[in-house]
Design a protein around this ligand. Structure first.
Ligand code: NAD
Length: 357
């Protein structure tokens, strides 16, 4: 890109994830400009733009029309999972880079098609895994790298809450699975990035879906899942993702080393403690109630990594470079491959060895 030019962005999908990304763009106006927003529900486009004080922007309700007409450098895909590949492929074919929300796609074959198309078009796929930019996780990595907990032996990471708000998360066709693909993508992509995808074996268990589920019998995919992994250097990890956690989203990561340990609570460790009889307007993502004692989050979107993730993508586009490990298209694809293998492991009750190493 020309020196001093701002990256022009078309956001597709103006709901929950669209809002997370808008916070990122709002904080990097020096290098990026949202020039258009598309959502099949126009009122959501207007509401999102109003919330962030966007004045000059184009409105679309059809993503093909938006991709065809908007002059932009990148299409940021914040749509339900089943649309990621269709929209990414169309955008790449029209010569735009793409940012794709997690998971890369609902099926591995779709994910592969996205990467193939990017290669053909000479454009990049930026995979939006916010955990990699969570400041607490960056600090943990510094501590591990300085040797303060010795050699890393084991990582336990989980994202859990009481169920997705999105109607598109309820069926396998639209979501790709249940809690493992929808929530487990974060801890999985994170541990894979720490070890540069060099996993050797995995095994997983899930609740199975529908009547076999623990709590959400109407959910086609599983409402509880865990996956253990072993890496080439011997480190082990356990990833957990479920919908049986009330009281707000739980993002907890523990690191165990030969000389110490680190504990991180990304969502419930706000320095603010509040007791409220009427309830605060907002405390933490997915909290069902906010009365009584709560821990209202401080700059939640920054602390979960969305702000620096978007800035990183904008800088990569300006410098015409690939994203860092964990945020490249191939990392999104590997996370999706691991999720699919974890489903196979759970279905067939077997340990799976990585045949790619
Ligand atoms: N990184 C994270 O922490 C995080 C958090 C939430 C969601 N996500 C991901 O972001 C994506 C979107 O999730 P969400 O929670 O915002 O979903 P959502 O269901 O709340 O919203 C989806 C939006 O897409 C619009 N839409 C649906 N079909 C469309 C179409 N054909 N054309 C145009 N617009 C259409 C809907 O009107 C809606 O506004 C999903 O892939 C999800 O996995 C990521």
């Amino acid at each position: 890109m020309e020196n001093g030019k701002k990256v022009k962005v078309l956001i597709v999908g103006a709901a929950f994830a669209g809002d997370l990304h808008m916070t990122g763009y709002d904080r990097c106006k020096d290098i990026a400009k949202v020039v258009a927003i598309c959502d099949k529900d126009e009122s959501k486009v207007r509401a999102l733009a109003r919330e962030y004080g966007l004045e000059e922007y184009e409105v679309y309700t059809d993503y093909s029309e938006a991709i065809e007409n908007v002059s932009c450098d990148v299409v940021d895909i914040c749509l339900p999972n089943f649309l990621h590949h269709e929209v990414a492929i169309e955008a790449l074919q029209r010569g735009r880079h793409v940012i794709v929300e997690k998971p890369l796609a609902t099926k591995l074959e779709y994910g592969k098609k996205i990467l193939k198309e990017a290669e053909k078009a000479g454009k990049r796929v930026y995979y939006a895994e916010d955990w990699i930019f969570a400041p607490a996780l960056i600090r943990a990595k510094e501590i591990i790298d300085e040797g303060a907990i010795g050699d890393l032996l084991y990582i336990r990471a989980r994202e859990c809450h009481s169920g997705s708000h999105s109607p598109f998360a309820q069926t396998i066709e639209y979501c790709g699975g249940g809690s493992l693909i929808h929530l487990g993508t974060h801890p999985l992509a994170y541990v894979l990035s720490l070890k540069e995808n060099r996993w050797t074996e995995l095994s997983a268990v899930t609740s199975g879906g529908e009547d076999a589920n623990m709590l959400h019998k109407g959910l086609e995919g599983e409402d509880w899942a865990m996956c253990t992994l072993k890496f080439e250097d011997g480190t082990r990890a356990m990833v957990e993702a479920h919908y049986i956690t009330f009281g707000g989203m739980e993002d907890i990561i523990d690191f165990y080393g030969t000389k110490g340990r680190i504990q991180i609570d990304l969502t419930m460790s706000s320095p603010v403690k509040c007791f409220s009889i009427p309830g605060v307007e907002y405390s933490v993502e997915k909290a069902e109630i906010t009365t009584g004692w709560s821990r209202p989050a401080v700059d939640e979107k920054y602390n979960l990594g969305y702000v620096d993730e978007i800035r990183h993508f904008m800088e990569c586009i300006i410098e015409d470079k690939e994203a860092m490990v964990g945020l490249r298209g191939i990392d999104g694809l590997e996370t999706l491959r691991v999720i699919n293998l974890a489903y196979e492991s759970a279905r067939e009750g077997k340990r799976i060895v990585n045949d790619r190493l």
